[in-house]
Ligand binder design. Structure first.
Ligand code: M6R
Length: 357
């Protein structure tokens, strides 16, 4: 039920801090430590490579998952778009483990991969929001997102849940292998939840940004580096699916290899800058497009912010920043769609779960 909310999407964005906290509780054992199904830890232990398979927003979460499993847990990862993987399977490693990320658990593109992989006898995990869904029933193991029902076609809280559960899984596995982490996952997720709360409380500012940058534009670009690049892909998807503005996400350094030709006077560029190591590089990319007339909206993070940044996110651990940085982009898309009088919860040509290939 959306209660007093005008749209499910707005309600679901508001629920995001609570979703992160719920995930922490759901994955905590009696001693307060994070834990996951030992069979999943064993499957990870036995694998020489993790293949993440997903579509749309879930694919974007999978890209963040690659960072987590490689950097935190030391497992090599490939992330694939399910509709491609099934019909053009890459050379697999000797002991692959497959993880399907799917909010609905019903996406046909992902299911056809699961069916093919199961036939080959490889182990499978489904990360889903829907207990008892097709992909959950058909995989060997399930990781639940605990996000509560997501009704709006544009996925918001499920993405945040996917990123959080990916971190929980990668870090619990790392600890099971006696790796020492330089952060406390429960604490950092708590900090991230508070930061997300600050962002969802900044709706007035987000609405202003949407009006200022997106009221009449034909197109918009999103750039970032490292995990911010993956967040920019998700920001662009959100904007196009609900506001019908043509939007693309790019790795900051890649713009000048072609797409910069599209920059005109006033073209909006959203730049995400939460990663210290590449902060100067992304700011350099912003300068390149500003010199061609672009209208930049820099979303940075406390500690690496600079004068003129349009929105500064509360500081969180760099690996956790996707949980927070995606939220202003969701809100900006929401308000852009609203101003353009689009059907926010049910955008044209789209369905909540895509059950055809
Ligand atoms: O249910 P799934 O996570 O498998 O769905 C995958 C995509 O269809 C989905 O994320 C889609 O891209 C959303 N509309 C994005 O907001």
């Amino acid at each position: 039920e959306k209660g007093t909310y005008p749209h499910y999407m707005l309600k679901e964005m508001d629920e995001q801090p609570a979703v992160i906290r719920k995930i922490v509780k759901a994955y905590q054992n009696e001693q307060g430590q994070l834990s996951i199904d030992p069979a999943i830890l064993e499957a990870l232990h036995d694998a020489d490579r993790l293949y993440i398979i997903a579509a749309g927003t879930s694919y974007h979460a999978g890209l963040i998952g690659k960072e987590y499993f490689e950097k935190v847990a030391g497992i090599p990862v490939e992330v694939h778009i399910s509709s491609e993987f099934g019909y053009n399977m890459p050379l697999l490693s000797e002991k692959p483990l497959f993880m399907f990320i799917t909010q609905s658990g019903e996406t046909a593109d992902s299911r056809q991969v699961l069916v093919k992989i199961t036939e080959k006898g490889y182990p499978t995990i489904t990360m889903t929001n829907v207990k008892g869904s097709t992909l959950s029933r058909e995989a060997d193991h399930t990781l639940l997102l605990h996000a509560g029902p997501e009704i709006a076609v544009a996925s918001t809280k499920a993405y945040v849940a996917q990123v959080a559960v990916l971190m929980v899984t990668a870090s619990v596995y790392a600890q099971s292998q006696n790796k020492t982490l330089d952060f406390d996952v429960v604490k950092e997720l708590g900090i991230a939840a508070n930061a997300v709360q600050t962002v969802v409380d900044s709706k007035v500012e987000m609405e202003k940004v949407a009006k200022e940058f997106l009221a009449t534009t034909r197109n918009a670009f999103f750039i970032g580096r490292n995990v911010d690049f993956y967040v920019s892909l998700e920001g662009a998807l959100k904007l196009k699916e609900i506001s019908y503005i043509q939007a693309e996400g790019f790795a900051g350094g890649e713009l000048k290899h072609g797409t910069i030709a599209l920059i005109e006077e006033g073209t909006p560029i959203f730049a995400i800058a939460t990663q210290q190591a590449v902060s100067l590089n992304i700011r350099g990319n912003v300068k390149e497009v500003v010199a061609r007339g672009a209208n930049p909206c820099i979303i940075s993070m406390e500690g690496i912010d600079e004068e003129g940044d349009r929105f500064v996110l509360p500081r969180v651990h760099e690996l956790f920043s996707p949980l927070v940085a995606v939220v202003p982009l969701q809100l900006i898309s929401y308000y852009a769609a609203l101003h353009r009088e689009c059907d926010v919860d049910k955008p044209r040509n789209l369905a909540k779960s895509v059950t055809v290939e």
